[in-house]
Design a protein around this ligand. Structure first.
Ligand SMILES: *[C@@H]1O[C@H](CO)[C@@H](O)[C@H](O)[C@H]1NC(C)=O
Length: 412
């Protein structure tokens, strides 16, 4: 531990306290900062697109917190921006009242953006730019029995280039949905549904993402089995990637009791790793502080360092139905009476919000770490439960968030 970042009540103020006694080469590299440095605050969320990015991220953090509190000791992964996309399509089918309830949960009520449907479209296009490694898909599937309004189908198609689909009911639906998701994600998200949709005639919101993390700096060693500590159990052996003198941005948050590293990926993507000091699956304190603003402030406060970096080789697949979580996001009243009057004249309910993500990281990168004159003695070893997120840097959009408690359970 070489310095501390502590976050005060107001998230925009940082105190960087350098533990002079502990720092060695690191302090020399970065000049002679004294004990306290007021962090320069860089406004990111000022344009319609970045404000939209902040809204989708804050929705994502809320979703993540809710899921994590229900599955406290489990691995969980989400790609919230694709869930935002699916629920936004759904909002287009609602009454004025339904729309404002959904907008509140999606954090759009803060935007004051009359063009927000277009802004979301632009943001999605920006984060799906090839090279960033993300593919996402979002679509509504609606029971044909509801006597559907064709205008709604047209409206969504014109806005998002994806036409909601009427379901016949039965086994064919499953194949139809799974084939579409697979095709939209370059065959990376397979078997989206493992069992048929509920028989209730309603609306199903489908969202899926595939992310292939591509580092800027490559890892020379990969695949070696190493111990990963597990809360309340014996360590498990998992493949890890390792590299000395790896350039990261880093800081210690003494309030949250974790060390944070930001690792650069290609095309302006970065991964933030939050590594608790102790072996614990209880990361609720950290989860509570996650907001778009907090992560942006963090990226400004973290300091460049070269470390001996050890990371699990992540290859994971995760799926869940998010419908039970929506009540905790302020939508319980809406779920009772969703007023999807533009979808159908009959009362239509939301019957599922299935979400599936697949993510991989490979050791390759497009450059080698430079060899410093004095080798770094700092290590950052991700060998116990941690939280991470993948962020698009220019927009600040959260693309992926996960909590790894036992990587042995992760499979593709
Ligand atoms: C998790 O930690 C928080 C504080 O860090 C504590 O308030 C809470 O009770 C803990 N939860 C469990 C299930 O231990």
């Amino acid at each position: 531990m070489f310095f501390f970042v502590s976050f005060r009540m107001k998230r925009t103020t940082f105190l960087l306290v350098f533990a002079a006694a502990l720092s060695c080469c690191w302090a020399q590299e970065t000049g002679n900062e004294e004990v306290v440095e007021e962090e320069e605050h860089v406004e990111l969320f000022t344009t319609p697109t970045t404000k939209m990015a902040a809204a989708t991220s804050d929705f994502g953090y809320n979703l993540f917190r809710t899921l994590s509190s229900r599955e406290a000791a489990a691995n969980i992964f989400l790609s919230p921006i694709s869930v935002s996309a699916a629920l936004t399509q759904l909002s287009m089918g609602g009454s004025q009242r339904a729309q404002s309830q959904l907008y509140r949960a999606l954090r759009y009520h803060t935007l004051q953006d009359p063009q927000l449907l277009n802004t979301l479209k632009d943001l999605l296009a920006a984060v799906k730019t090839s090279g960033k490694g993300l593919s996402t898909a979002a679509r509504l599937y609606v029971a044909r029995r509801l006597r559907l309004k064709q205008d709604f189908f047209k409206l969504v198609e014109q806005q998002y280039n994806v036409r909601p689909k009427a379901l016949m009911g039965g086994a064919k639906d499953l194949k139809e949905i799974n084939d579409w998701v697979s095709q939209q994600t370059g065959r990376k998200v397979q078997q989206f549904l493992s069992k048929p949709l509920p028989r209730t005639a309603g609306v199903n919101a489908v969202s899926a993402s595939y992310f292939k993390g591509k580092w800027v700096t490559r890892f020379s060693q990969s695949g070696g089995l190493e111990n990963f500590q597990v809360d309340g159990g014996a360590p498990v052996q998992i493949p890890m990637m390792q590299q000395d003198n790896y350039p990261v941005k880093m800081g210690v948050d003494s309030d949250l009791r974790c060390t944070i590293a930001q690792i650069q990926m290609q095309n302006d993507i970065s991964m933030f790793v939050f590594l608790p000091e102790e072996v614990t699956t209880n990361t609720s304190l950290l989860e509570e502080s996650l907001t778009a603003e907090f992560v942006q402030d963090l990226s400004m406060a973290l300091q460049p360092a070269q470390v001996s970096l050890t990371l699990p080789v992540l290859r994971l697949s995760y799926s869940t139905d998010l419908l039970p979580l929506l009540g905790d996001l302020g939508l319980s009243e809406w779920l009772e009476n969703p007023e999807l009057e533009k979808v159908s004249n009959q009362p239509a309910k939301l019957t599922s919000v299935n979400h599936k993500v697949v993510m991989e990281t490979a050791p390759e990168g497009n450059q080698y770490p430079s060899s410093p004159s004095t080798p770094s003695h700092l290590t950052y070893r991700v060998d116990r439960p941690f939280v991470y997120l993948i962020r698009d840097e220019p927009s600040g959009a959260l693309l992926f968030i996960g909590k790894v408690v036992n990587p042995k359970d992760l499979t593709i």
